[in-house]
Design a protein around this ligand. Sequence first.
Ligand SMILES: Cc1ncc(COP(=O)(O)O)c(C=O)c1O
Length: 370
Amino acid sequence: MKNIKFSYPNINLSDIKLVNKIIKSGWLTHGKYTDFFEREIKRFTNSKYCVTVSSCTAGLHLSCLASNFSFGDEVIVPSVTHTATAHAVEYTGAKAVFADVDKLTGNITVETLKKKITSKTKGIIIVHMSGISCELKEIVELCKNKNLVLIEDCAHSLGTKYKSQHVGNFGISGVFSFYPTKQITTGEGGAVITNNKKIYTKIKQLKGFGIDKDIKERKKQGAYDVLDLGYNYRMTDFQAALGYRQILKYANNLKKRKQIAKRYIKNLKFTKEIKFTKYSKDNSYFVFQIFCKKRDFILKKLKSLGIGVSVHYTTPLPQMTYYKKKYNYRPKSIKNSIEYGSTNISLPVYPSLTNNQIDAICKTLKKLVK
Ligand SMILES: Cc1ncc(COP(=O)(O)O)c(C=O)c1O
């Protein structure tokens, strides 16, 4: 048994002590660590505004609402992604339209997007799959020309850059996930970044019931108005503290992630049965994704050997029962997504993964693909 975990959060004893202190204080939400965490996310991503939320799904939903997506509208999403990307569109009553992806990056492309644009298209949600940025220049241009709203699902891409700029800054908003397997975690949680004050104000209000002023802004106790049918999508302060501590350490974590990717590449570059994208300093390496035949056999073997890997993702969304029943997609239109879904494996990337563990994973893979 090798016993290598797929993911392992970068949380130390002093982070736990801080969370403990907040829990003991009794001030569990609306606290100062939410502000601290939002400030550090803004600093790290170089964005003007940030709103923490209870999950990336919540942040995507709020971004769709702030874009006024509604019944009769179509919003294009990748056919390979977490179901949250498409669900966020459907929550508003708009229709999620699925575009095919590139079979090596898993990213939506301007060519696959163009095929899906109709007179009803109102926006696009892109995903920077596994930490690789989409071709943003072309996508931003397309959105400008066709007057489409662009939302970036950055669930995999804290630390990913496109031409020196952090992803999430190219559309109306960028939404991050802090689920435990992600680059940093708050247990469950997410954050929306934006450079648009109107979008920021709307998302901030909708996150807290549609109330006009949060607790710190109220002049008189209990004096507030309800402007909208909002939600409770808040993150607790002890979660924010956990996120705050990790984002402070994230530059080092990111360096380590890139070293791990380089080591995978060094080990696997001469194995022609295994494909992967070439090294990029702009990739935040949420995972190290490889592609090979006999994928399901390899997954089973790795599991039996105690090597933790994952798959992002297997079944394209239009083939999932809910969407299949609703929209009846033809598999021909998502050919690349089907191939991508049946060949990808996500190898672990986290700071405490050792060189010996990486080498052991690669050695096993090389044997299995033959
Ligand atoms: C691409 C993508 N979008 C959205 C989500 C949803 O994130 P959360 O679990 O924080 O709601 C995930 C979750 O892993 C994801 O991978």
